[in-house]
Write a protein that binds this ligand. Structure first.
Ligand SMILES: NC(=O)c1ccc[n+]([C@@H]2O[C@H](COP(=O)([O-])OP(=O)(O)OC[C@H]3O[C@@H](n4cnc5c(N)ncnc54)[C@H](O)[C@@H]3O)[C@@H](O)[C@H]2O)c1
Length: 363
């Protein structure tokens, strides 16, 4: 991350919009950045959710709003951190850009690529920054694989295999089972994590077409089997349990993705990808590069990777977003990357609606 940037010495005035589950993690990792970021307001339609965050993070008398537009008008923050359900990412992001704020928006960037394009356009027009809340790209294993790709150690990438698999992990909170509010199920909710990091590690090639299929067989029925999140709302469940997709890229590479909230396989919870290129391959979960050296097939593994857990990802994501807004770091997850990921997700779902026929992705 060496690009030249203009620095600001004033602390960033940041507002959080949507103070449910994930905002807790955001606030936890904003706390150590108190020297350069100040939480200036919260917005949520549920006052209880805001009260809980204030108590958890000792935010004192921070102003609270049940209408985020009022917050934008009255507080005029430098930046907003959008942690609402997916269906609100685009309207809140566009309104915030228009109000002159930089935007950090949780994943997935939006419900679909049309919304993502409008978010990018609004930020550009307002000359404000837009960063997507992807976090797996900051994992040291992803960074190592991307460096290997950049330095030519993998050659031309031919094939990527991507997995975001839960055996029985249908969220029993929020609106994750409601297609009209979320855009889809596991593919858009957790598939997006594995897809964004793999796509980043491959050098962000342009997707040109995709095929996909989705299957629902458990989530729309009452939970019977013991599991970590039982009693999901099966009556409003309109998303898939399992989705598979096949994506083609302009450079000739192909990517296969599997994503499930519920499926009969050996993985309790897996986020992984593998790359196979002309000179080398890589595995995220094993943090290994595979190639030929010294007349032998060699596995290259870092002796010391650094932390790879969820909270370390978040610590990086929040620090890099704040520092990007302050002009100290370039954008690690620009809207344009979010858009390409969204185009792939859209095409997988569109293909599934057409019985699995290939769907073109226009640039
Ligand atoms: N990066 C990650 O690892 C990660 C993990 C979990 C969730 N997420 C993403 O974060 C987002 C929120 O997920 P969550 O688990 O926190 O959901 P949640 O349901 O716990 O929280 C969402 C909050 O948004 C509030 N909200 C709804 N409408 C609003 C409005 N008009 N204005 C302001 N607030 C409003 C809700 O009342 C709720 O408190 C989703 O997009 C999800 O995909 C990301």
């Amino acid at each position: 991350m060496s690009k030249r940037v203009t620095r600001s010495s004033k602390p960033l005035r940041l507002a959080i919009i949507g103070t449910g589950g994930i905002s807790n993690t955001h606030l936890r990792h904003l706390a150590p950045l108190a020297d350069r970021v100040q939480i200036v307001a919260l917005a949520d339609i549920k006052p209880k959710a805001m009260a809980q965050r204030i108590e958890d993070h000792k935010l004192g008398d921070v102003p609270q709003f049940t209408d985020y537009r009022k917050l934008l008008r009255q507080i005029n923050p430098d930046a907003v951190d959008i942690c609402t359900p997916n269906g609100l990412h685009a309207p809140v992001s566009i309104d915030s850009s228009r109000a002159g704020c930089h935007v950090l928006v949780e994943k997935p960037m939006a419900m679909n690529a049309t919304e993502a394009k409008a978010m990018i356009a609004a930020a550009k027009k307002a000359r404000r920054k837009l960063i997507v809340g992807f976090q797996y790209r900051y994992d040291p294993r992803t960074q190592m694989i991307r460096k290997a790709f950049d330095q030519g150690a993998l050659g031309t990438i031919h094939f990527a295999r991507v997995q975001a698999l839960r055996r029985r992990g249908i969220p029993n909170w929020g609106v994750f089972g409601r297609k009209e509010l979320q855009g889809g199920g596991p593919m858009i909710d957790i598939g997006v994590h594995a897809l964004e990091m793999c796509h980043y590690a491959m050098g962000a090639p342009r997707p040109v077409a995709a095929m996909g299929q989705t299957f629902t067989y458990l989530g729309d029925k009452p939970s019977k089997t013991a599991s970590r999140w039982p009693n999901w709302d099966y009556k409003t469940y309109t998303v898939e349990d399992l989705a598979v997709g096949h994506i083609r890229f302009a450079d000739g590479a192909v990517l296969h993705i599997e994503s499930s909230f519920a499926a009969h396989h050996q993985h309790e919870d897996l986020i992984d990808f593998q790359l196979m290129g002309s000179k080398g391959g890589a595995s995220f979960a094993d943090g290994t590069i595979y190639n030929d050296q010294f007349d032998h097939q060699v596995n290259v593994k870092a002796d010391w990777l650094g932390p790879t857990d969820f909270h370390s990802h978040f610590a990086n994501k929040m620090r890099l977003a704040v520092d990007h807004f302050l002009g100290r770091e370039p954008n690690g997850a620009p809207g344009e990357h979010g858009l390409m990921v969204q185009q792939m997700l859209d095409a997988i779902y569109a293909s599934a609606d057409k019985g699995g026929r290939e769907v073109a992705i226009k640039a």
